[in-house]
Design a protein around this ligand. Structure first.
Ligand code: AQP
Length: 334
């Protein structure tokens, strides 16, 4: 089956903070596993990153570093289109159209907005309308499947509602996307505060395992991770700290919770943490070494992004022309 005939899969990550094991388990790992079966588009959503303050020079570096980390994790540019969101102007154009079929009430209910706007004096409009841009990202490419962590489920539901509303109002235009949310590890929690999710832009770096952390740092962070009182290594929802580590172990090793419980029966939390740290280090070792190779060849990254932008632009223009026709805009004479 040719690339064009496969269903479209799209996902993206915003270039903020440090890509972490939460992003790997909730997103990148699944992208890699699914990429052979779909016509894939993976975005570095730099426009989304503007919703929180950024240092321009650091943002620029991080955008390229994220592309290199996607590839190092196994995204193959020969199979998948890797795109820097701002390279395709239709994302912003479609967002403007979708703003007019999205309601303030819907956006006010988004938990990510509530979390991120908490304790902020001046909340910017971008933070509020972030889910509309995400809907535009998805609908622009007539996406069938969106693999995301459980934290993004609400945003995806909004994208579906917006697509259906537009289709009802203007006739069939967008594919209504389906979420793909992994069963285990859909939500990896913070190492020090297991009640909140692990977030790549957390100021406290002890809360996250970054994909580029050295083996020594990984060992130290896992040793210090909060566990609950008790001694039995098992998944138990009343013990969020330990259960988070068990989930991580399960996804990375492919072993079920029962197998893990058996393996560590009669052993201490400390033994489990040592093995988990070894596992994380082994998973990240090839990623880090490939990353270093890619970053040493800037020309290669530029080429990947140029090819991605060209492919995405052609597809995005097609959808946007259709949208503009449906809503009654006059087409420019070319
Ligand atoms: N803790 C997590 N567990 C599982 N999946 C996660 N993802 C993020 N954190 C976890 C998934 O990774 C992708 C990242 O998307 P994003 O950067 O656009 O937004 P996010 O969800 O806001 O991610 P972060 O890590 O929390 O970033 P910051 O701190 O910058 O806001 C998504 O697929 C998400 O589900």
């Amino acid at each position: 089956m040719g690339k064009e005939q496969k269903p479209v899969m799209l996902s993206g990550i915003q270039p903020s903070g440090h890509l972490c094991i939460g992003n790997y388990i909730g997103a990148l790992k699944n992208w890699v596993e699914l990429q052979d079966n779909y016509d894939n588009i993976f975005l570095v959503v730099d426009m989304h990153a503007l919703t929180v303050p950024q240092v321009p020079a650091e943002l620029r570096k991080r955008c390229l570093s994220f592309v290199a980390q996607y590839i190092a994790c196994g995204i193959d540019p020969a199979k998948s289109t890797i795109v820097m969101q701002s390279h395709v102007p239709q994302h912003a154009e479609l967002m403007w159209v979708l703003n007019s079929v999205t309601y303030m009430g819907e956006l006010s209910r988004m938990t990510q907005f509530k979390d991120k706007s908490q304790n902020q004096k001046n909340v910017n409009i971008g933070l509020f309308s972030y889910p509309v841009l995400m809907a535009a990202d998805i609908l622009l490419y007539q996406t069938n499947l969106v693999p995301v962590g459980a934290d993004q489920k609400q945003h995806l539901e909004l994208a579906r509602d917006v697509a259906e509303r537009f289709n009802n109002r203007y006739s069939e235009t967008f594919v209504v996307p389906e979420p793909y949310i992994p069963k285990t590890g859909a939500r990896i929690m913070s190492l020090q505060e297991p009640a909140k999710k692990m977030s790549k832009s957390d100021d406290n770096l002890n809360n996250i395992l970054a994909l580029l952390d050295s083996p020594e740092v990984i060992v130290k962070k896992i040793k210090r991770a909060v566990t609950d009182s008790g001694s039995e290594v098992r998944y138990d929802e009343s013990k969020p700290g330990l259960s988070n580590l068990v989930s991580m172990y399960s996804v990375l090793s492919g072993e079920s919770f029962e197998e893990i419980e058996k393996r560590f029966s009669g052993k201490l939390y400390g033994d489990f943490k040592t093995d988990l740290a070894d596992l994380v280090v082994e998973v990240l070792r090839p990623v880090q070494s490939r990353y270093n190779e890619i970053m040493a060849d800037k020309g290669y990254l530029e080429e990947v992004l140029a090819t991605g932008a060209q492919d995405a632009y052609t597809r995005a223009r097609k959808t946007l022309s259709k949208v503009y026709r449906k809503i009654g805009f006059v087409a420019p004479k070319r």
